[in-house]
Design a protein around this ligand. Structure first.
Ligand SMILES: [Zn+2]
Length: 294
């Protein structure tokens, strides 16, 4: 069954939890600018990455996100790493496929090719001009296509402009596309734009789900309600919150503010078809989600 067909079934789908912060918890260097891409640079860390994917599969995740958040040319620069974008993207996708092969299941699991903003995902002021966005995102999307992902997950996006360009490029591939924004406390996209505007521009382009991620978990209910009103109650939404906060030097600080039970208590009210965990969440959060999300 394809991802799009599965999405049309009545049950909810569980997305995996955080990879970057989980790598950090398990002793992998996730220093900026490479962040989670550091784990693809040597065999020891790549094995830890695979174990994380396996733990999320054991916890019940239906969708596993590739560790490709920062495997693009700009994040890998300067050379020679900048020329390794395809090689590292392929390694990340192969590691997810290996994890899925190792943890058998009678249900279908999907590989979500993750791409985010070209620059810092929390800095809408840094979004590059359109021509740079087109050229660089086109390369990333084609790398994911070539490596054989099941869907494109455009995540932690902070402006409508970058989201629209990514979506236009992704739909050319005919792969299912999911778009997720990062919002402020008021439920606006970090650029100050509204999710209602985002939905009105993105839905006609053919996305199969839209939503919010990487905001503090208690803050997600408000933007999800806005999206539900904008998209209609049957349009699939995606939601995955964070626990902790971003830090310029270390990337992420885990606070464990919401334990798995507290996280899932909040998540159980989200009107979302796809629910998972963002930075700071763990396989325990996903295992708990599996118990409460139907
Ligand atoms: Zn996050």
């Amino acid at each position: 069954m394809t991802f799009s067909t599965t999405l049309s079934q009545p049950h909810k789908l569980i997305l995996d939890g955080a990879t970057g912060t989980e790598l950090n918890r398990r002793g992998v260097d996730t220093g900026l600018p490479l962040w989670s891409a550091n784990a693809l640079m040597n065999d020891r860390d790549a094995r830890i990455l695979q174990q994380i994917h396996e733990d999320y599969l054991r916890a019940g995740a239906d969708i596993i996100t590739t560790n490709t958040f920062r495997t693009h040319r700009r994040a890998l620069a300067p050379r020679p790493n900048a020329d390794r974008a395809l090689e590292l993207t392929r390694r990340a996708v192969d590691i997810v496929r290996a994890a899925i092969a190792k943890i058998p299941s009678d249900k279908e699991r999907f590989v979500a090719g993750s791409i985010s903003t070209l620059e810092d995902c929390y800095r809408p002021d840094l979004v590059p001009p359109d021509d740079e966005l087109r050229a660089e995102h086109s390369e990333r999307i084609h790398h994911l296509l070539e490596c054989g992902v099941d869907l494109i997950l455009i995540e932690t996006i902070n402006t409508i402009r970058e989201a629209v360009i990514m979506e236009e490029l992704a739909t050319i591939t005919s792969m299912p596309v999911v778009v997720s924004f990062v919002c402020d406390r008021e439920g606006k996209i970090l650029s100050g734009e509204t999710l209602t505007d985002a939905a009105s521009q993105l839905l006609p382009l053919g996305i199969c789900a839209i939503g919010v991620n990487c905001g503090p978990t208690p803050n997600l209910a408000k933007p999800l309600a806005e999206l539900q009103a904008a998209c209609g109650k049957d349009f699939p939404l995606i939601a995955y919150g964070n626990i902790g906060y971003a830090d310029e030097k270390v990337g992420w600080v885990n606070t464990d503010l919401e334990n798995p039970k507290a996280y899932c208590e909040l998540a159980s009210y989200w009107p979302a078809k796809i629910v998972g965990g963002c930075c700071g969440t763990t396989p325990e959060h996903i295992a708990q989600l599996k118990l409460v999300i139907k």
